[in-house]
Design a protein. Structure first.
Lengths: 342, 271, 287
């Protein structure tokens, strides 16, 4: 178990900057998500941590010591790749024991450890099977066990759940989280799935175009995005233009109280699920007309017109209104995030 | 619906006709191998016999010994060619680098540029270096036409399996040598076997290069067979050809049965 | 830096053999064709051999004979090969046929293909026997000589026999890849099978067919065995002519042979270039 630190990591391929001055600290036993769209440099970051790629600039520190000079095989940082990469010519057992065999661990010790791992990932009875005989979830667990077996200083998970679907995906996610807490392995999870990052991690680093834009707790990232890019990356939102004077936000849809007072002209960002709607006899001081409506099972998506400004809103499925209905709208601008107008 | 059936019948007939035309000469070859006497204008031989086969297998003809020697020579060619093709295929299959196209073209060129020109051109040099009329000289000459097949099949294999398995092994603590022996080699082994069998056959079928560089001192099975074809001795030529074809076929079938594939490689083509 | 050199290091062993034997063989042939052959005292670089050979009538007739054989055999092989591939695709016995057609050319070398043609087509071959027994010809000599003839029928058919399976497999592989997906789309859009073949399948296989054409053309153009075994006394195919000149006991004659080799090489280098171009055509449809 170790503390991992990336200092000013920069990497170019063919003169294109892939990673731009990356700084990141993962404390011992922590689980950090590296969240970003595909092609933003997440996998490259993992490969630099393991030593598969050498950075152009910057340093990788494990327990405050630079490991750049340590070759891949001695660095004790293991990636679990997206497509599991189980060795097709080896059984489950042999796959799990591979790292130990490479480290020349005594056969008896090795067998014991492999057994332990098989118990841990609940693959009893599958020891002698080959990868092609396993289901997606089982492959995933073999890959995980294989990585954990060598007791890595840092465990790196590269989009580990993206090849699984639905229920299985949720189960595996929970399983991995529990395992990580239980073994207290310093872990980085690379993902493009916002929910996954928020649900699983102690901290989230949002990575866009080769830069880490924000690093903080899941709540911070979601509720207080540092930049518009980060806010945009987190799905649906409303931007409402206006001015702020004496803790009053003035806009075309009305004037609202706010605690914010850092600048006077800007945009307020409100998430659709933070907006509430009621039937028009409930007085919220704000009336709107339903313009569009979409049913999405457990939720409803509404577009509401308030003084010609279109606002998106997500409610529970039981709030059922029709297009053209007038509704009362409640928006709390104390929850809003303000971005300065340029 | 009826029309559709008719159409597919039409293509089935065409397919069988073409395949018949391709197989018919082989049937004739087979019949000739077991013929004792087949005068004009008989459509079937007047008498069957094993004279030609008996001759080939008799100790005086040295055919069996030559066959074994040929298998040995082609095996040596196969092993050397595979040995040098693996790294080249890895470079072409996995990495991007300057001049890659030129390398690919140079490696492919021996299929297109006539071996006749190359052998005659290099002959004097081989004589000077003492390589002419030697086993080594013939092996070296055989490697040239084998390289394109070896490198191409293995390049395709490397393209399919990629570099990720090796990376996975490295992060799990395997050094480059162990990675090669525990991961890369087993992973490419089906490709190695198909490349190897093709290389073997290319070498096994060499005539002109063996003839010129071997200078009659290095005699392969093909060299024994050639004069019979040349002189139109159908019976002998057919027997030799049959043995030749069967040797290749056995090699192919045995190999196909023993190889377990972890991936589906592209079909490879051989002319 | 180290990483950048890796592919070149990996290519080194193969390149040593290619450059050391293949390329230097061609360079040696070039030097000798220019009249530099010090072993027998020829030391002046000259174009005289080129002038002599390239204006020589028998050379020109050999050249056109070789080109004619390669071109004719390749075209026939392409047409029949495509037909065979499409027929296999449309028939319901794909698997077995595919296997036969696939293995055939690999296990039967060219010299044996020549023997096969000799067995069938020569005046005592099986074909005239059949025709005789059917009463179509009344004697051996009535059957036209198709072997050792100056129209090269025997040579052409030997190549065609050997190359049809090759073409068929190249085409079949691509066809079966595109057929399932694209023809269903086209059929769905209202095209009939004929239209699908001519408007969808044929254009898509054309680039690969072109590069396969170049390979069989080049091979038959430069190969020695078949024309040596089945060819007429005159004109001789170029590789055979090159060898005969090479075999001349008068070593000062060597440059003539090398000029022929260089013409073979020159034409094949043009073919390599065309082949290279054809790959650009193929990748045009990728992605």
């Amino acid at each position: 178990m170790s503390r991992l630190e990336l200092k000013n990591i920069t990497k170019k391929f063919d003169n294109k900057i892939i990673l731009d001055n990356i700084n990141l600290v993962v404390e011992e036993g922590e689980m950090v998500s590296l969240l970003g769209p595909s092609g933003c440099g997440k996998t490259t970051t993992l490969k630099i941590i393991t030593g598969l790629i050498y950075p152009d600039n910057g340093d990788v520190l494990l327990n405050n010591k630079s490991v750049l000079a340590v070759p891949v095989e001695k660095r004790e940082t293991v990636i679990v790749f997206q497509d599991y990469l189980l060795f097709p010519h080896m059984t489950v057992e042999e796959n799990i024991g591979f790292g130990l065999k490479m480290a020349k661990v005594d056969k008896k010790v090795r067998d014991k450890k492999v057994k332990e791992m098989i118990n841990l990932v609940r693959l009893n009875g599958h020891e002698k099977k080959y990868p092609r005989e396993l289901s997606g979830g089982q492959k995933q667990r073999v890959a995980l066990a294989r990585a954990i077996a060598v007791e890595p200083k840092v465990l790196l998970l590269d989009e580990p759940f993206s090849n699984l679907d639905g229920r299985l995906r949720e189960n595996m996610r929970e399983f991995v989280c529990e395992l990580q807490k239980q073994l207290k392995i310093t872990t980085i999870l690379v993902t493009h799935d916002r929910e996954e990052a928020l649900m699983t991690s102690d901290k989230v680093a949002v990575m866009l175009e080769g830069k880490i834009r924000q690093f903080g707790s899941p709540e911070e990232i979601y509720k207080k995005p540092a930049t518009k890019d980060v806010a945009d990356f987190f799905g649906e939102k409303n931007y409402i233009k206006g001015t702020i004077e004496n803790n009053i936000f003035k806009s075309r849809i009305g004037n609202f109280k706010t605690t914010f007072n850092k600048f006077s002209k800007g945009k307020a960002m409100i998430r659709p699920e933070e907006i509430e709607i009621f039937s028009k006899d409930v007085d919220t001081g704000l009336l709107g007309k339903i313009k569009k409506k979409k049913f999405a099972g457990d939720r409803m998506y509404y577009n509401i017109l308030i003084n010609d400004v279109e606002i998106k809103c997500i409610t529970k499925f039981n709030k059922n209104y029709n297009v053209g209905d007038m509704v009362s709208v409640k928006i709390d601008f104390n929850d809003a995030v303000f971005f300065k107008e340029e | 619906m009826k029309k559709m059936k008719k159409r597919s019948l039409f293509f089935t007939v065409i397919m069988y006709s073409i395949i018949f035309l391709l197989l018919f000469p082989l049937v004739i070859l087979f019949v000739w191998s077991f013929t004792k006497n087949w005068p004009w204008p008989n459509i079937v031989p007047k008498a069957f016999g094993l004279r030609a086969i008996k001759y080939v297998f008799s100790p005086t003809s040295k055919s069996l010994k030559t066959l074994l020697f040929s298998v040995w020579l082609s095996s040596v060619v196969t092993i050397i060619t595979l040995f040098i093709s693996i790294p080249a295929a890895k470079a072409l299959g996995l990495y991007k680098f300057k001049g890659k196209r030129l390398f690919k073209l140079l490696i492919l060129a021996p299929i297109i540029v006539p071996p006749v020109a190359v052998s005659m051109g290099i002959h004097v040099t081989f004589i000077r270096l003492g390589l002419a009329n030697t086993f080594l000289g013939v092996v070296l000459m055989h490697i040239i036409p084998c390289i394109p097949y070896g490198v191409r099949i293995l390049t395709n294999v490397f393209e399919i399996i990629g570099e990720s398995m090796e990376m996975q092994a490295r992060v799990l603590g395997a050094n480059p040598y162990k990675t090669f022996f525990y991961i890369t080699l087993p992973m490419i082994s089906p490709g190695l076997v198909s490349a190897g069998s093709l290389i073997f056959i290319v070498s096994f079928s060499q005539y002109f290069t063996t003839f010129l560089i071997g200078g009659g001192k290095i005699v392969t099975f093909f060299m024994l067979m050639f004069p019979y074809i040349q002189s139109g001795d159908r019976m002998m030529a057919s027997v030799y050809s049959l043995i030749f074809i069967l040797t290749s076929l056995v090699l192919f079938v045995v190999i196909e049965k023993t190889v377990k594939a972890y991936y589906k490689a592209e079909n490879y083509f051989y002319i | 830096m180290k990483r950048n050199l890796k592919p070149y290091v990996l290519l080194l062993p193969v390149m040593l053999v290619i450059l050391g034997i293949f390329v230097s063989g061609l360079v040696m042939a070039l030097i000798q064709s220019l009249g530099y052959f010090p072993v027998v005292g020829l030391k002046d670089i000259t174009l005289k051999y080129y002038k002599e050979v390239l204006t020589d009538k028998s050379f020109l007739s050999s050249l056109s004979f070789s080109l004619y054989i390669s071109f004719t055999s390749s075209i026939i092989a392409i047409i029949v090969g495509i037909l065979l591939a499409y027929s296999i695709l449309r028939s319901n016995k794909k698997e077995r046929m595919e296997q036969i057609v696939y293995k055939l050319p690999i296990i039967v070398p060219h010299a044996v293909a020549a023997l096969l043609m000799y067995n069938v087509l020569s005046q005592s071959g099986i074909l005239p026997r059949i025709l005789y027994n059917m009463g179509i010809i009344s004697s051996q000599s009535e059957f036209p000589s198709l072997i050792f003839d100056n129209r090269g029928i025997g040579i052409i058919l030997a190549y065609v026999w050997k190359e049809i399976p090759f073409i068929a497999m190249v085409v079949y592989t691509i066809l079966s890849n595109i057929n399932d997906k694209l023809s269903e789309v086209a059929l769905n859009l209202g095209a009939n099978k004929r239209q699908v073949f001519f408007h969808i399948l044929l254009p898509l296989i054309m680039p690969s067919v072109f590069s396969a054409f170049i390979i069989i053309f080049a091979f038959s153009f430069g190969a020695f065995e078949v024309p040596y075994l089945l060819g007429p006394t005159a004109p001789k195919a170029l590789p055979v002519k090159a060898y005969i000149e090479y075999n001349n006991p008068d070593l000062t004659h060597r440059p003539y042979s090398m000029v022929i080799n260089m013409s073979l090489t020159f034409i094949s280098i043009i073919l390599v270039w065309l082949y290279h171009k054809s790959f650009k055509l193929i990748s045009k449809y990728d992605g």
